[in-house]
Ligand binder design. Structure first.
Ligand code: PHE
Length: 442
């Protein structure tokens, strides 16, 4: 709870943020907080609450058939197939399992975020204590990965921000960050050109809106082109080559890149920021031991992409455990090209009812097929049936008869269904299945 606050309006990454020098009423925390089996002492910075801790376990991008899992797989596939090294191996190393608990050093200092930068505020981040927080972006891993010697990598993960509450913002979301380093040989493949990454003309070296002081304009422009080209191709791959999406590059500011841009996509008449990117600050490369390189970096929000791709109107939907939502994405997608459009799930409660029957014996002219039953349910139940799934299938060894059990979920888009209404409908389905398909209700 906030006692006093002097509001200042700051513009960070094109987003207006209310920044206050606030004094917080200290909420009582236990002396330690346990995250992923490790205990952290709490202090006056601690503000990770129980509800956010519950989210740490969900791992939505690893949940098979979740739309964020489909999207992450598509992005991975794009980089694996498009960027191959001389030996035929993927150029980009992909990480998707780093712990979201990171140090203040990883999340901010290693990325040159000034000590008094708004993004560090307790108001915007979930702090475990003064030294650790739940990462606010997957960029937090860039420094270490560069230091470990990687030149091309992607990091996927859940990120945490205390934010406004609406259909587009949620305290947990998912990002994918990418980085690519180039040395002189990679950048200027045509050696005859005699070009350099670094500007040797010390006198005239200045930072401009186009480039950092260290680099030649040629080097900076080539890397900018490669970055924008990579991301444009990624957008085309994800949203389908022939879909007509309007895109625009908007110049931006981040503490860790210069120059920097955001990519905006037009969707249903509004422009949405879908990623931030830029040329990585040379100082970050130098600190990580890669001083003779130049690099681009980007970070994209998976929910934003998925909302546009699958027509999902509200970010809370991703956290739903409702089968009405999850079942819409239950498909294998070996070519990573399938795009399903989401159908709004009803806000009224579901009423599940099971039906079990022996299948009719196979004859020369008829063999039972589940689709016959599905059609019949549709015919009788209409839009009051949300879903039908085969939940049990067995054969009686003696009689050789096969039994199926289906779960029918009844749910209306307009109202709460009464149990008697559902029972009546269910009985009609039983009767019709007996009469039309010849099943024997058990
Ligand atoms: N980390 C930035 C964000 O979360 C995105 C970004 C990543 C921008 C890398 C530039 C380079 O908004």
């Amino acid at each position: 709870m906030i006692l006093t606050r002097n509001y200042k309006i700051l513009n960070l990454n094109n987003r207006v943020i209310l920044h206050g020098s606030a004094r917080f009423l200290t909420k009582k925390y236990d002396p330690t907080v346990k995250l992923f089996g490790r205990e952290y002492p709490t202090d006056e910075w601690t503000n990770v609450n129980k509800s956010i801790q519950d989210k740490l376990e969900r791992k939505l991008i690893h949940q098979k058939y979740h739309p964020l899992n489909h999207l992450a797989n598509k992005i991975k596939h794009f980089f694996y197939k498009t960027y191959i090294n001389r030996n035929g191996n993927p150029l980009f190393t992909i990480f998707d399992n780093f712990s979201p608990v990171v140090s203040v050093e990883q999340n901010f200092d290693s990325l040159l975020t000034p000590k008094d930068h708004v993004s560090r505020s307790k108001k915007d981040c979930f702090y475990v204590n003064r030294n650790y927080l739940l990462r606010a972006h997957t960029t937090a891993h860039d420094n270490e990965l560069i230091r470990s010697g990687l030149n091309c990598f992607l990091t996927f993960g859940d990120v945490y921000r205390r934010d406004e509450i609406d259909s587009k913002h949620y305290p947990v979301f998912h990002q994918c960050d990418g980085v690519r380093l180039f040395d002189k040989n990679e950048l200027f493949k045509d050696k005859a050109l005699e070009m350099d990454i670094f500007d040797k003309d010390e006198a005239g070296i200045k930072r401009t809106f186009e480039k950092q002081e260290y680099y030649t304009l040629d080097a900076s422009k080539i890397v900018e082109y490669d970055l924008k080209n990579t991301l444009t191709k990624l957008v085309q791959f994800i949203f389908g080559n022939n879909c007509k999406l309007n895109m625009k590059w908007v110049s931006a500011t981040f503490p860790f890149t210069h120059p920097s841009w955001e990519l905006e996509i037009e969707y249903k008449g509004n422009w949405y920021e879908v990623l931030g990117c830029g040329i990585l600050e040379q100082k970050i490369l130098t600190n990580a031991g890669a001083e003779n390189h130049i690099a681009w970096a980007f970070g994209l929000g998976l929910e934003r992409w998925a909302m546009i791709l699958y027509d999902i109107p509200d970010i809370r939907v991703f956290w739903s455990t409702d089968e009405g939502f999850l079942s819409q994405f239950k498909y294998d997608d070996p070519t990573h090209s399938k795009i399903t459009k989401y159908k709004q799930v009803s806000v009224y409660p579901p009423c599940p009812c099971d039906i079990s029957f022996w299948l009719p014996d196979k004859t020369d002219s008829y063999e039972y097929n589940s689709n016959d039953f599905y059609d019949l349910v549709r015919e009788v139940g209409g839009d009051l049936v949300e879903q039908v799934t085969l939940i049990d299938n067995f054969e009686n060894k003696k009689t050789k008869k096969i039994s199926h059990c289906y779960r029918i979920i009844y749910r209306s888009m307009e109202r709460t269904l009464s149990q008697s209404e559902v029972n009546e409908l269910h009985k009609k389905i039983e009767a019709k299945a007996k009469e039309q398909i010849g099943v024997q209700i058990r």
